[in-house]
Design a protein around this ligand. Structure first.
Ligand code: GUN
Length: 300
């Protein structure tokens, strides 16, 4: 038995297609959603992500700005840039690409982003609303995972979900989404991490396994249940001199072996990755709609 492969590019396309009507409606009202990405330093992976995000904006007809700053920028200077973007009416979404240099306090920077423009969904305001089951802007990768599960009609209600990884960006928020009361969630969620004892015993319970560890090949076939749904969030660069770039991307899951046992599985690349960017576009359009509605409410 071989698993069906989840096609993240196809699902991302369907999200973008649905956004086009909303973008046209905004255009009729004179609004072009705008995204600003702030990139600090010269981390090559961050450069790739930010370039892809700007390209995705252009393809959909959104406005985008990339603000590049050296790693020596001070906390105050970075905060001032974000404050300027908060005031900028052309910008509806702000993201500060992480990781940031060690001397910058990431949380302080996140706190300066206006919650109405928090398209990463990292601001404590957004995190709080998510935990309360009343999300406005949801973090992109977890929201993308929820879209993948919905597109492939994976029933999550009452299912055992094991999330491996407890990051603020993926593990914690996806666990919050899946345990939420409601039609597309209602799962029984376990969050496993580096200190979990007998990890394989825990992961073997999963009807749906979400791997967000950041270490290649962590999830092997003996760690999954027969017919499990396997979502691989890992994006790891491994050296490969046979490729043009000298590296290739692999996930956290031993794909070949797990695909023999799972019912559905995401590849890397082409699984969760395209969804992250599609959901960023989704959040930017949603933020533009919300800001426009709030501006209208504020009219005398
Ligand atoms: N670094 C890795 N993933 C992300 C993300 O989704 N948003 C931001 N801002 N930085 C990241």
């Amino acid at each position: 038995m071989t698993a069906r492969i989840i096609d993240g590019k196809e699902v991302a396309r369907s999200i973008r297609k649905k956004l086009k009507g909303r973008i046209a409606d905004l255009a009729d009202r004179g609004v072009t959603p705008g995204l600003a990405a702030v990139l600090v330093g010269d981390d090559p992976a961050s450069e790739t992500y930010v370039t892809s995000k700007a390209k995705a904006c252009r393809k959909l007809g959104l406005y985008s700005e990339v603000i590049r700053k050296p790693a020596t920028i001070s906390q105050e200077q970075l905060t001032e840039i974000v404050a300027g973007l908060n005031r900028n009416p052309q910008i509806h979404g702000i993201l500060v690409q992480s990781p940031l240099p060690g001397h910058i306090d990431e949380l302080s920077v996140t706190l300066t982003i206006s919650p109405s423009k928090d398209v990463d969904g990292f601001h404590p305001h957004s995190v709080g609303l998510l935990l309360l089951g009343r999300p406005k802007l949801r973090p992109c990768t977890p929201a993308g995972i929820m879209e993948l599960l919905a597109y492939y009609e994976v029933d999550t209600a009452g299912k055992e979900v094991v999330v491996v990884g407890r990051s603020n960006i993926v593990g914690k928020p996806v666990a919050a989404m899946l345990q939420q009361k409601g039609s597309a969630a209602d799962a029984t969620v376990t969050v496993a991490h580096s200190r979990t004892r007998n990890l394989a015993e825990v992961t073997r319970r999963a009807d749906i396994l979400i791997a967000a560890i950041g270490r290649p090949g962590t999830i092997t076939a003996d760690m999954i249940k027969d017919q499990a749904v396997v979502i691989d969030v890992g994006v790891n660069r491994v050296d490969d001199p046979s490729t043009e770039k000298g590296y290739r991307l692999v996930g956290d899951v031993d794909f070949e072996a797990c695909a023999e046992k799972a019912s559905l599985i995401t590849p890397v690349p082409g699984g969760v990755g395209p969804m992250t960017i599609a959901m960023l576009m989704y959040n930017t359009v949603t933020a533009a709609e919300n800001i426009m509605a709030a501006d209208q409410d504020a009219l005398p």
